[in-house]
Design a protein around this ligand. Structure first.
Ligand code: NDP
Length: 475
């Protein structure tokens, strides 16, 4: 017994030393190694309350016409008990389970089985096998970029069914919205738990794993950097892009179909939400190769935050405007509608151009033109786990000279436009802009913390050259 315990202790010490070695060489580049009490408190809060928040929003629409205050008032005044609300909530059904399983299986099939052909005939589109960024362990992963193709095939089938085959009603998503929520939760928890177990027992790349020793933090923020099954099934790329983002536009179409069924027309606000969010989704897939260089893929580890977030949070909360408009069909006056369209398109333009400028700058290593001039930049360097020194550049002209995250500013303008399309009667559709402001401000701070650790004094020179984060002269 004693010998067994000693052996176990020796193994634990060996494991700890291994982690410390990696930790020492990897420094603070990437996700944190230690958990401060604030991060832990935030994580526990999110783990406990994020699923309840999603349920609360969807239930408010289902039972209270999208009022966020009425359910609370009912509960506080004793008018209703939690059990009353729960008993009126649709449960998981075998139909929803069937639809959801088929949906996920279909997206897996499109992802792993059909190599990209869009890049062969769409000029300017980058698809097929592409390389990701260098990981902290110095690995460069290859990805099969075929999201645009998956989106097109899925939507062609959707329209073919809606207009020709009529196998199912286009309102199918709305009609099963809450039962599907339970399915999405099951997948979200299952995939996050699997990722945690995989990180411990059979990681894809052990050197790119991070353990804080805190179960909740590791579960939430992930252990493995790029978990994969086989050569091509990359968890981050799949769950980030599909099934959630491919579904986003289908969900909106289903909400529009429901409006048509209930009121005999689709309002201009619903059309605006469908069009503006459709542009955003299409942009995502058109630029999927570029997406490999964004924070989600380059820096975040795969845990509950991405796994559950992509399965539940994204499809359910990013589509609240469309859901709201089913319950409140808002017909906007022309001036309001045009204002929303202009704000949405301007926001999109800023978002796209800012991202494009950085992408062009990085791809050409600064040998390009930004607004007709040679880009200005700061030379910087960083070191990976194996001690290799890399050189990089931080641009200080174009939109990147206005603010350090002007792409987020454009994103926020677009987000506000979706909300304004819903009028001013209820606060629920404004959740998106509140959430995006918190998300992108937090992301900004998180990214800057990481870049500061990565580039050190070079980053300080950069922030001195471009002093504002989101709004020039203000923040
Ligand atoms: P960025 O595309 O801004 O990428 C930040 C990274 O770019 C930094 O970590 C750094 O990486 C590099 N970088 C920073 N400054 C410069 C510079 N001046 N010149 C060159 N490179 C620089 O951030 P995200 O990945 O977060 O966002 C990508 C887009 O996705 C944004 O437009 C954002 O709005 C959107 N987004 C949308 C979300 C949604 O839910 N709708 C969620 C998150 C993002 P390096 O280490 O390579 O130097």
């Amino acid at each position: 017994m004693a010998a067994h315990q000693e052996k176990k202790l020796a193994e634990e010490r060996k494991h700890q030393n291994m982690q410390n070695d990696t930790k020492a060489s990897q420094g603070q580049w990437g996700r944190a190694w230690e958990v401060d009490w604030f991060s832990l408190a935030s994580i526990l809060f999110l783990l406990m309350f994020a699923p309840l928040i999603v349920y609360y929003f969807i239930m408010s629409c289902d039972q209270y016409q999208c009022s966020l205050t009425d359910p609370l008032l009912d509960l506080l005044t004793g008018n209703k008990h939690l059990s009353d609300i729960w008993s009126r909530t649709p449960m998981l059904t075998s139909r929803a389970a069937g639809i959801y399983s088929l949906w996920v299986a279909f997206q897996v099939f499109l992802y792993v089985s059909i190599p990209d052909f869009c890049h062969k005939f769409l000029p300017g589109y980058v698809g097929g096998v592409q390389e990701g960024a260098v990981t902290p362990a110095g690995v460069v992963n290859k990805y099969e970029i075929n999201g645009l193709q998956a989106w097109i095939i899925t939507h062609v089938l959707w329209f073919a069914n809606a207009f020709c085959f009529h196998f199912f009603s286009p309102t199918i998503i709305f009609d099963n919205w809450i039962p599907l929520l339970w399915c999405a939760n099951i997948l979200g928890y299952a995939v996050s738990t699997f990722a945690m177990i995989k990180g411990y027992f059979f990681p894809t790349n052990a050197k790119d794993c991070k353990f804080t020793g805190n179960f909740f933090y590791d579960y939430m923020m992930g252990i493995e950097f790029n978990p994969r099954i086989g050569k091509w099934f990359d968890f981050k790329l799949f769950f980030n892009g599909r099934p959630g983002i491919v579904a986003w536009t289908l969900i909106n179409l289903s909400f529009a179909a429901k409006q048509q069924e209930l009121y005999g027309e689709v309002t201009n606000s619903m059309i605006l939400v469908n069009v503006l969010q459709g542009i955003y989704v299409l942009d995502f897939f058109w630029n999927e190769a570029w997406y490999l260089k964004t924070i989600d893929i380059c820096h975040d580890h795969f845990g509950w935050y991405l796994g559950w977030g992509d399965c539940v949070w994204l499809p359910y909360l990013y589509t609240l405007q469309g859901l709201y408009l089913v319950y409140h069909p808002v017909q906007l006056c022309t001036a309001h509608a045009v204002g929303v369209l202009v704000l949405g398109l301007l926001g999109y333009y800023i978002f796209r151009m800012t991202n494009h400028q950085k992408d062009l700058f990085r791809r050409t290593n600064g040998n390009c033109r930004i607004w007709g001039n040679r880009p200005e930049y700061i030379e910087c360097s960083y070191t990976s786990v194996d001690g290799t020194k890399y050189y990089s550049k931080l641009m200080t002209s174009g939109f990147w000279g206005w603010a350090r995250h002007f792409n987020y500013t454009g994103d926020l303008m677009g987000s506000l436009a979706y909300c304004l399309a819903c009028g001013f009667e209820h606060i629920l559709p404004y959740f998106y802009i509140v959430y995006m402001t918190i998300l992108l401000t937090h992301r900004c701070i998180r990214d800057e913390h990481r870049c500061c650790s990565k580039y050190g004094k070079d980053w300080k020179r950069y922030t001195a050259a471009v002093p504002y984060r989101l709004l020039p002269g203000i923040f």
